[in-house]
Design a protein around this ligand. Structure first.
Ligand code: SF4
Length: 363
C-alpha cells in the first residue's frame, strides 16, 4: 500500500483499502441533509465520528467545523477548494466555523516568520478563503501564535503521547513535526474551550494521522472532558498529468488560485485524458472519463449540476464529443470560475477589516 501520510504526494490505488487498514467509517450520503456535489459523487468517502455530526445537523444541535491554513506561500491549489467546499457545507448546516492560521507550524516546519505569516494571511489566505465561499459574518479566524489556550493545551498534550506511539502514527519523529502535530491537536479541540460541543474536521485522508492522535489524546486528557472530534475525508484531486495528488510543488500539473486564465487553459489542454488513439476510434467506442483528469476537473470543481455532469459523461462514453472540444469547454468553465474568484478575492481584500479575527485578552 502506498504512503498516505501528510508528507507524501502519492495517490492511493484503492480507497476501500485505506478504509479497511485505518478502521475508518465509510461515508453514507443518505445520512447527511442537503449533500453537496462532493458528497453526492463519492469524492467524500470516509470519516470518523460521522453519526454524531449528522445527528447534530438533523436535531439542530450546536457543533463546529474547523480547518487550518498553512501560510507556506501566497498561493493555494485547486484541491484546497474541496476542503473549503466542505467547510461551507457544514457552515450552511449551522456549524460554528473556525479557521486557524497555522503560523507557529509555518515557523517550526517551514522557517516562515510570524510577521510574514500574518502578512500573507491578511493579504491572501483569508480573502481567498472568503472568496471561495466562507461566510464573512459566520467564520472566525485566529492566529495560533496569539492563542495561549492552544499553546497551553499543546504543552499539556505532550505528556499524553509517547515517542513510540507518535512514531507508530506518523512513521517519523522530527521534533518540529512533533510540536506541529501537538499544536494541531490543540487547534482541533480549541473551539470546545469556548463552548462544549462536537466538532468535525474536513481534510484529505492523508491528514488522518492528526485526527487519530487527537482522538487518542482526548481519551487520556481529562481536564476539559473534551468531546472526541470527528473528521470527514475527501479523495485527492489528482495532478493534471494523473501521476500524483495535486500539490503546490507540481507547478505544471496543478491549477493555482488565483491563476492567469491562459496559463490555466494551457495546463488543461495538456492534461491526461481518457481519449482513444485517434478520432475514428473515439467516435466508434467512446472515451474513458473514469481515467480522465479533465472529467475529474468537471466532477470536483467545474460542474455542480448532476444532470450536466451526466451529459458530459454520456457524450464522452458514446464518442459524441472528442477530447479537444471537451477540453475547450473545460477551459471556458475554468475562465468563468477564475473571473468570478478574482472579483470576489479583490472585494474581500478590501473588506479584510470586516473579517472576524479573534483577539485574545491574555496577550
Ligand atoms: Fe475526458 Fe472529455 Fe476526452 Fe472524455 S471527451 S476522455 S471526458 S477529455
Amino acid at each position: 500500500m502506498k504512503d498516505i501520510s501528510p508528507w507524501s504526494d502519492e495517490l492511493p490505488d484503492d480507497y476501500q483499502e485505506i478504509i479497511d487498514k485505518f478502521g475508518l467509517e465509510k461515508f453514507n450520503v443518505n445520512e447527511f441533509p442537503n449533500p453537496n456535489h462532493l458528497m453526492r459523487r463519492n469524492i467524500i468517502f470516509a470519516g470518523r465520528g460521522l453519526k454524531v455530526i449528522s445527528d447534530c445537523i438533523k436535531q439542530k444541535k450546536d457543533f463546529y467545523v474547523l480547518s487550518g491554513i498553512m501560510t507556506s506561500s501566497e498561493k493555494i491549489h485547486l484541491g484546497t477548494k474541496s476542503i473549503i467546499d466542505m467547510i461551507s457545507y457544514f457552515q450552511r448546516q449551522n456549524a460554528q466555523t473556525y479557521v486557524c492560521i497555522a503560523d507557529l507550524e509555518a515557523l517550526c516546519t517551514r522557517n516562515i516568520s510570524l510577521e510574514e505569516s500574518k502578512k500573507r494571511a491578511l493579504n491572501f489566505h483569508i480573502p481567498i478563503y472568503l472568496a471561495l465561499g466562507l461566510d464573512i459574518k459566520k467564520t472566525t479566524f485566529y492566529f495560533q501564535s496569539e492563542n495561549k489556550t492552544v499553546l497551553h493545551l499543546s504543552y499539556a498534550f505532550s505528556s499524553k503521547v509517547t515517542l513510540n506511539e507518535y512514531r507508530a502514527i506518523y512513521g517519523n519523529s522530527e521534533p518540529s513535526r512533533i510540536l506541529a502535530a501537538l499544536t494541531q491537536s490543540a487547534d482541533i479541540l480549541f473551539p470546545q474551550t469556548i463552548k462544549k460541543m462536537p466538532g468535525i474536521i474536513p481534510v484529505g485522508v492523508d491528514q488522518d494521522p492528526h485526527i487519530r492522535l487527537t482522538r487518542d489524546i482526548v481519551s487520556r486528557y481529562k481536564d476539559y472532558n473534551f468531546i472526541t472530534p470527528g473528521s470527514i475525508y475527501n479523495k485527492f484531486m489528482p495532478s493534471l498529468d494523473g501521476s500524483l495528488k495535486m500539490s503546490k510543488s507540481n507547478i505544471n500539473s496543478a491549477i493555482f488560485l488565483p491563476e492567469d486564465k491562459n496559463s490555466a487553459c494551457k495546463k488543461i489542454m495538456r492534461a491526461l485524458t481518457g481519449g482513444r488513439k485517434d478520432v475514428e476510434e473515439q467516435r466508434k467506442i467512446g472515451g474513458v472519463p473514469e481515467n480522465c483528469m479533465v472529467f475529474e476537473l468537471y466532477k470536483q470543481h467545474l460542474i455542480e449540476d448532476d444532470k450536466k455532469l451526466n451529459k458530459v459523461y454520456e457524450e464522452c462514453k458514446t464518442g459524441k464529443i472528442l477530447c479537444g472540444e471537451c477540453k475547450k469547454n473545460a477551459c471556458d468553465l475554468m475562465n468563468k470560475f477564475l473571473d468570478s474568484l478574482n472579483e470576489n478575492f479583490n472585494k474581500f481584500k478590501e473588506r479584510i477589516d470586516d473579517a472576524k479575527i479573534l483577539k485574545f485578552k491574555n496577550n
